[in-house]
Design a protein around this ligand. Sequence first.
Ligand SMILES: Nc1ccn([C@@H]2O[C@H](COP(=O)(O)O)[C@@H](O)[C@H]2O)c(=O)n1
Length: 645
Amino acid sequence: MGGVGACPGIDHAQGLSPRSARVSTQPSGGTSMLRDLVWGDVQVIHTTDIHGWYQGHQKSSYPEPNYSGDWGDFASFVHHMRKLAKKKGVDLLLVDSGDLHDGAGLSDGFPAGQVDGHVSNQFHARIRYDLLAPGNHELYKYENAYDTYKNFVPTAKGRYVASNVNLTVPDAQGRNVSVPMADRYIKFKTSQGRKVTSLGILFDFTGYDKGINVQPPKEMIKEAWFSKAIKEQPDFFLLSGHMPVRGDGSDWQAVVDAIRVVHPAVPILILGGHTHIRDCTQYDGRSMGLESGRYLETIGWASMNLSDHHHHHHNRHQQDEALEAGRNISFSRSYIDANRRNYAYHAGLMNEKKLDTGKGKKITHDMAKVAKSWNLTEVYGNTPQDYYLSRVPSNDSSSLIHLLTQSVLPTVISTANPERKGVANIVLANSGSQRFDIYSGPFTKNDKYIVSPFTDAFQYIKDVPLKYAQQIVSSLNGDEQAQASSRRKREERAEEDRELFRGGHVQHIFKQWQKDQYENEENKTAAQLDLEELDARAESKKTSLGYVTTDRCPGGPGDDTVHTAIPYFSVPDYVVSPVSGNTTALGPDDKIDVVFLDFIASNVIRILNRLQTERVYSVDDVAAYASPSLTTQEIYPEYAKVAWN
Ligand SMILES: Nc1ccn([C@@H]2O[C@H](COP(=O)(O)O)[C@@H](O)[C@H]2O)c(=O)n1
């Protein structure tokens, strides 16, 4: 990595000028906070886990301005970088690793009758990619998978690769047949004439819908087609896949090992995804794997220098390869904050106004048109302050969980069921239903898909004695201390985590990453900084908040912008509102309504039966709380209409 420093080509004052109505605040710091990209003979620009965030992050509270670049800005960036690569006479490839939809308005806020992700996929397709692969979110519902297969894969013009995913589709005679979702592998030549073999591998995912099949990667590498695909020696392997580059649930090492049996020294570049973190590792001295975050916050950059050891026009024999296997390749990686200032800087442009291309501007314009016609810009109310998912403790007045339990749930539930008006209640929710911070300013329809995207309905059990109702949440959360102190329990937990992962769940991994960043920073603060520096950091913290990545790749820090880690406080898995109404009038045996999300109903029933033996609760005791049903997606719009207007 290059050191932290100003780019000679950048006019700093202009580089910081506000650009659009979308975000009035600029990314943190100046360009002096930026680290240069390192170019090699071959580089990759990488996106993964976009989850519908094509319009970029639109709020002005930090760190959001760091990620304020939208898909149009990214298109312009790619254009300039491709031009730069051509000028330098090197290769630049664009790779995506799946999970294109589920998570923001442009994918999920579609009108009735359409398919989730269909329109946002069309925006994705407006940038030409060199390699794409499916994620698990493409496969939860058959209609999404089929729409991807039918309408998105063809737009990739032979560059969408699905090595271990099959769909069952009707053939020409109308008979159902299981077919690969796209090519199992592809071979192509780069613009500089390098021969590439590519795969697109999904992790061992088990949560797919009927009509879909995913083969575990460790099985896939035993297939005859796989041996055939890797037999011929390319100049390098370029692998994309929705699978973390290392750790639990990562089978990349097995894939690398399988290739190494045949090609001990051919460079392998892997672009992974799924856990939403920034990460990088090397499997050996001639391979590297990069994971590039989530939600169009991070653009990954990977580069390698092949020319030192290997001229691509030569035909290599296995003997030469074996010789080369002992020699390392120099790789470099960066995690680019997705904003116009950083795009312009890395593209060597004078300022961010120079970034725009006609095509980029048109994409931005067309997305705004869709957002308007889908009412994504509709404002339900004006949020008076920021509310954080995990930046403050969950009993803090700026905590989203505090807002949820103390204000939002009591408010929306109080009017949801006129028949239960006046009956005291508590409302239980799983904190995992809450997905993102709420920032001060307009709370829009787009935000509802971001903050509380699920459509879980509120249900209730009536007439639960207060003394039992009040114990449910702590029982649900369990005694963590007891768990942690027991080795057997820890192993059970690891097994549970593995199963969660195979089902597609990753929240726990992302949270752990956030926690590690904060703890690393706190330790550094205590051990390495004097008081004066601490003061300066406290001041700069407000504007430089962001990811502080530590990975396993050489070359110094990988984040392209110097940041201070965002504080992290863990939130209990289950949370509850206070008992509604006049609680002083209630005794322990008085009966109240226990309201909860259908997503957690079976757990609530199980816990109630553990807490008391007076009766046996079952699903027959559960009823919908509101008619028409109230879902988690609607709670903030409902609350905003009442409290933020
Ligand atoms: N209908 C649903 C589905 C999921 N959740 C919450 O999401 C968590 C899983 O998140 P991943 O990113 O790990 O897939 C799950 O544990 C639930 O808390 C939900 O609330 N409603």
